[in-house]
Write a protein that binds this ligand. Structure first.
Ligand SMILES: NC(=O)c1ccc[n+]([C@@H]2O[C@H](COP(=O)([O-])OP(=O)(O)OC[C@H]3O[C@@H](n4cnc5c(N)ncnc54)[C@H](OP(=O)(O)O)[C@@H]3O)[C@@H](O)[C@H]2O)c1
Length: 372
């Protein structure tokens, strides 16, 4: 075991969830690798993605953990939601279930209010409980395993568990070039579900079509100026009001208004992200349709789904299905934009906020920068 290890801490809350977050994160050396107690595992982190939620946490917009996950008494916030790593040591109570050398996915979410159990995976070594860990099957790359929950499981649960989408159904989504959006497109393609995909940059229309094979990618400028035209276009593509569900990661009200205006009776709009940092105020036309057509708007966070509310057999069924999809369909392996060592976390954060086709990931040391 090394004498010291690397981790990333948030020194102070950032002014806004943008590139300024980079100036508030700091790589530090920690002097001793902790040992696991009875129900703990010591995991050596290999790769961890940077997600929009990490940026929101660093700007104080999502509650966060105070205190590092390293056995020390530091009260600085240690960020990071999910990672792939290797079990280094097993607490005495878990010896029948885990063994050193085993590859595991780690997810550190917490029940609302119990922030002392949340986050903290941007650390070369970390102590976790059994409920934070899922064994990674063979045949799955480290990079796909590192974003298992936030990208594939999120998309799968919204599409299959919540909307029960079937072949021939129509799904509308925004922020479609995101990692989640691309996974939605790829699974829909595999299952024969039709998607209409909105992007905020005009140049991304052709890019996304070529990169994913999606047939319908539409430019949706952030000011909503194209929405009346888009409404007609979507109704034409779907043959009038056949959109069964919509995913809104932007939450600016303009998207939700457009989505409700093209949705079928009893359709469901899932708001699952707040990328616009504004709020969902519906247009009057969409409000009327929602009432008269019995539509639902629901918020979704995989954090809640992952917590004890969901029966364990449902979770196990979903995990098995998602691992199988990833293993059997190369398009369902989320793309990697770049990998940065912890010491370059500032560059990594800035890069994660640039237009890109894949995820930016962190690894503890430069020499580990591989995702195969
Ligand atoms: N609720 C949940 O459980 C859950 C789980 C996972 C993810 N999410 C949410 O899902 C969304 C996508 O996450 P991800 O990890 O897949 O993202 P990602 O790969 O980091 O990509 C972010 C995407 O969002 C787009 N974007 C950023 N700001 C936008 C805005 N104001 N309007 C429209 N598009 C915008 C970007 O477009 P450009 O290419 O134009 O920059 C980019 O395509 C995020 O909101 C995230 O918080 C929620």
């Amino acid at each position: 075991m090394p004498e010291s290890f690397q981790q990333i801490r948030l020194e102070s809350i950032a002014e806004a969830p943008d590139h300024r977050v980079a100036d508030h994160l700091r790589p530090v050396g920690v002097s001793a690798v902790p040992s696991p107690w009875g129900d703990e595992l010591l995991v050596r982190v290999v790769l961890s993605p940077i997600h929009p939620c990490d940026i929101l946490c660093a700007a104080g917009l999502v509650p966060k953990r105070a205190g590092a996950r390293d056995g020390s008494d530091s009260t600085e916030f240690l960020p990071g939601i999910e990672a792939v790593g290797v079990v280094e040591a097993v607490g005495s109570g878990l010896e029948d279930e885990f063994e050193p050398g085993q590859r595991v996915f780690v997810c550190c979410w917490a029940p609302w209010g119990r922030w002392e159990e949340a986050n903290g995976v941007w650390s070369e070594y970390l102590l976790v409980k059994k409920e934070n860990v899922i064994a990674v099957p063979d045949g799955i790359s480290d990079s796909s395993a590192a974003m298992f929950m936030v990208v594939p499981v999120t998309a799968y649960v919204m599409m299959i568990e919540m909307l029960d989408l079937q072949a021939g159904d129509w799904l509308l989504q925004n922020a479609s070039g995101s990692a989640v959006g691309r996974w939605v497109i790829a699974l829909a393609e595999e299952l024969g579900i039709n998607t209409i995909n909105l992007v905020r940059r005009e140049e991304q229309v052709e890019e996304l079509k070529q990169e994913t094979g999606a047939e319908h990618v539409l430019w949706c400028p952030s000011d909503g100026s194209a929405n009346p035209r888009l409404q007609q276009e979507i109704l034409r593509i779907t043959g009038n009001g056949r959109v069964k569900g919509a995913f809104d990661a932007v939450a600016d009200g303009l998207s939700a208004t457009l989505m409700l205006n093209v949705m079928s009776r009893y359709g469901t709009l899932i708001v699952y992200g707040v990328l616009a940092n504004s709020g969902v105020a519906l247009g009057f036309d969409a409000s009327v349709r929602m009432v008269l057509e019995g539509m639902k708007i629901t918020g979704f966070s995989l954090q809640n789904w992952w917590l004890p509310d969901t029966p364990d057999e449902v979770k196990q069924r979903v995990y098995r299905a998602v691992w199988n999809h990833i293993r059997n369909n190369p398009a369902l392996n989320p793309q990697v934009e770049s990998i940065y060592a912890f010491k370059d976390v500032d560059q990594a954060i800035r890069s994660s906020l640039e237009p890109k086709t894949g995820k930016v990931l962190l690894c503890p040391r430069s020499a580990d920068a591989t995702h195969e």
